[in-house]
Design a protein around this ligand. Structure first.
Ligand code: SF4
Length: 409
């Protein structure tokens, strides 16, 4: 059997880097070309903004870049010194620290840095932090900040909630028209929702390939491969990319190629990635011949409810279906079905210190799911971006012990 490798690179990744590079270039060139830039939260109304001709920028993507490049830990204290607590979202604090210090991973790509916003548009479906984050920049630049306030802990996504969120989304059109200086073309909105839907269908198909045994893709690949689904939904480049990636994964399945050589165990990752430690964790799991096959995080950019013929209502339904804004019962049901679908042997919860919104181990979920499924669980304490909150040694030991536990089960 071949030795476990750190990561089996996917050939499509080269194209993904080109697609992402082009997106960033277009973003940076926008102002010269007279295009307006809208900042958007990751599950904000991107389709609407794109249909109105805005360049759409997602600061959470920049937050993840700050984490993955390990720049975040040094930048966070700058935001703390300006009154943003070390306990709040470390995307927010690292991004604001980056702004205050004038340092960004974009500079290493020979790009000027995040584009200044003409408007900032948030959706609180994920947390309140995004609104506070956007309001900081709105004050800095005297820019308009608009938003959608979505209820949290949603059980069933019922019509009154959908209608309310749809109405809020529709009410953004008037101020956005004034900022963009163009009218909203309903056909263009429908076409953009259609592109977004096609992206979602492909991205879901990509993630679903990991239900095969052995899995052709890991969570650690997924968090890199999800870039176009996050920043380019509603754009044809994302679709073109996922068609190529999906074909490669299907080929891996047909040829029995495993993402983790000699896959012995399969794990579900619940919670945020630990961006600065992706490579180390991928290597450790590969050495343990254990594949992290699926995650809540990567699946958060699957928006099956999108419907081009009913854009506002379907966008609202899709954004309210988001795992993070659902009730504990709805989350439990979802996790149980994902564990069965991906045939996992256990589940790892990342308790991310600065993102309680996306840490689902704090209200007895692990214990309840263990009782229901009999599958063991592990809680890893850490953070998405602030590596001072992560003990590498402790995590390594705990992961090792967990896999031993799976071996003895
Ligand atoms: S969901 Fe968590 S990581 Fe994402 S913006 Fe909100 S607090 Fe930050």
């Amino acid at each position: 059997m071949p030795a476990p490798t750190e990561r089996k690179d996917l050939a499509a990744t080269k194209m993904m880097k080109e697609v992402m590079g082009k997106y960033y270039m277009d973003l940076m060139r926008g102002r010269e070309e007279g295009k307006k830039t809208a900042w958007c939260t990751s599950v904000g109304p991107a389709e609407l903004l794109r249909a109105m001709g805005f360049n759409v920028y997602f600061p959470e993507n920049h937050g993840a870049m700050l984490g993955a490049t390990r720049m975040a830990t040094d930048l966070i204290p700058l935001a703390n010194a300006r009154g943003f607590s070390p306990d709040i979202c470390s995307y927010l604090t690292s991004d604001i620290g980056s702004y205050l210090k004038g340092e960004s991973p974009f500079h290493k790509m020979k790009m000027p840095g995040p584009p200044k916003a003409d408007v900032l548009v948030y959706n609180t479906n994920q947390c309140r932090d995004v609104k506070d984050w956007f309001q900081f920049y709105a004050r800095e630049w005297n820019a308009p900040c608009l938003g959608i306030h979505t209820p949290r802990a949603i059980g069933e996504v019922e019509s009154p909630i959908v209608e309310d969120v749809a109405r809020q989304t529709e009410s953004l059109v008037k101020p956005l028209v004034e900022i963009a200086g163009t009218k909203l073309d309903p056909d263009r909105l429908g076409a953009t929702v259609e592109l977004s839907k096609r992206c979602t269908v492909l991205w879901k198909a990509v993630l679903d390939t990991a239900a095969s045994v052995p899995a052709p893709i890991t969570f650690f690949d997924g968090v890199i491969q999800m870039g176009p689904a996050v920043v380019l939904r509603g754009h044809p480049d994302a679709i073109a990319y996922y068609e190529v990636l999906l074909a490669e994964l299907k080929e891996r399945i047909a040829n029995g190629v495993a993402a983790v050589e000699g896959e012995r165990f399969r794990i579900y990752w619940e919670g945020m990635p630990i961006w600065g430690k992706l490579r180390d964790l991928a290597t450790q799991f590969a050495e343990l011949r254990t594949c992290v096959v699926a995650s809540t995080y990567c699946n958060s950019w699957v928006f099956e409810a999108l419907e081009p013929s009913d854009p506002f209502r379907s966008m609202a339904r899709a954004y309210c279906n988001l795992f993070i804004c659902r009730s504990e019962d709805a989350k439990e049901k979802h996790l149980e079905s994902m564990m069965a679908k991906f045939k996992v042997d256990g589940i790892l919860y990342h308790d991310s210190k600065t993102c309680p919104n996306n840490s689902n181990n704090r209200y007895q979920m692990p214990q309840r799911l263990h009782t229901k499924t009999g599958k063991p669980f592990l809680v890893v304490n850490g953070d998405l971006n602030d590596l001072r909150l992560y003990s590498e040694e402790q995590a390594r030991t705990n992961v090792e012990a967990f896999v031993e536990q799976l071996a003895g089960a």
